[in-house]
Design a protein around this ligand. Structure first.
Ligand SMILES: C[S@@+](CC[C@H](N)C(=O)[O-])C[C@H]1O[C@@H](n2cnc3c(N)ncnc32)[C@H](O)[C@@H]1O
Length: 200
């Protein structure tokens, strides 16, 4: 509940254009989505979607889009904006176990807020349970060595070894890169982008 309050307050009191993670130009994330074959018909799960414009693009497709967030305020903003016919708004704390069957799992700047080992393990277990075979994961998290806080919260930084450790052998890394993100404040943050495929 405390976590939800924290995020609800942010979405309730701050305009999205000044939020530290706001992507005015979301071409970097879009670039990875465009690599996914037949995305049009795939079922997509977006963890901690916030008010990202990526949601609007995904909602236009035929395939199902599950838009998750812990914050009701964020989801309410999206509900007013998004008119897609195959969209589910899923208010849930992704550090708790759940299952939502999907072909694509997208997480930009959410996983890295999970600090406790049991929360991280729950997250990866839910991901493994939810993602169908041949399914794809797009991660974009703060990279090791970049800032240690976002939204006034501590975070865990990632690299490929860390993703591999939690994902295990059933996943194959297809592509990854470091991306320097310019925040609305013009400060810079390094993200690690990684696209994985579930092979087993
Ligand atoms: C830094 S923002 C990123 C938002 C969006 N993914 C983007 O790229 O613009 C983090 C988002 O994750 C959500 N969030 C944080 N912890 C969460 C949790 N445990 N479960 C679900 N959502 C969470 C927040 O409410 C917020 O919308």
């Amino acid at each position: 509940m405390e976590k939800q309050k924290h995020w609800d307050k942010i979405f309730n009191t701050q305009c999205e254009e000044i939020l530290g993670w706001f992507e005015k130009d979301f071409s970097q994330t879009l670039k990875y989505l465009q690599k996914i074959e037949k995305l049009e018909n795939k079922d997509v799960f977006v963890s901690g979607v916030g008010t990202s414009k990526i949601a609007d693009i995904l909602a236009l497709r035929e395939g199902k889009t599950v838009l998750n967030d812990i914050s009701l305020e964020a989801l309410n903003i999206l509900k007013k904006r998004i008119k897609g016919k195959n969209v589910e708004f899923f208010q849930f704390d992704i550090s708790k176990p759940f299952k939502k069957e999907c072909d694509v799992w997208i997480d930009r700047a959410v996983l890295h807020f999970l600090i406790e080992e049991d929360e991280i393990k729950n997250y990866f277990e839910s991901l493994k349970q939810s993602l169908r075979k041949d399914g794809l994961i797009l991660f974009a998290q703060y990279k090791k060595g970049t800032a240690e806080k976002c939204a006034s919260l501590p975070l865990k930084q990632y690299d490929i070894e860390e993703f591999n450790f939690y994902l295990g052998k059933a996943f194959k890394l297809l592509e990854s890169e470091t991306f320097e993100f310019t925040m609305p404040s013009l400060d810079k943050r390094e993200f690690i982008y990684a696209l994985y495929k579930k092979i087993d």
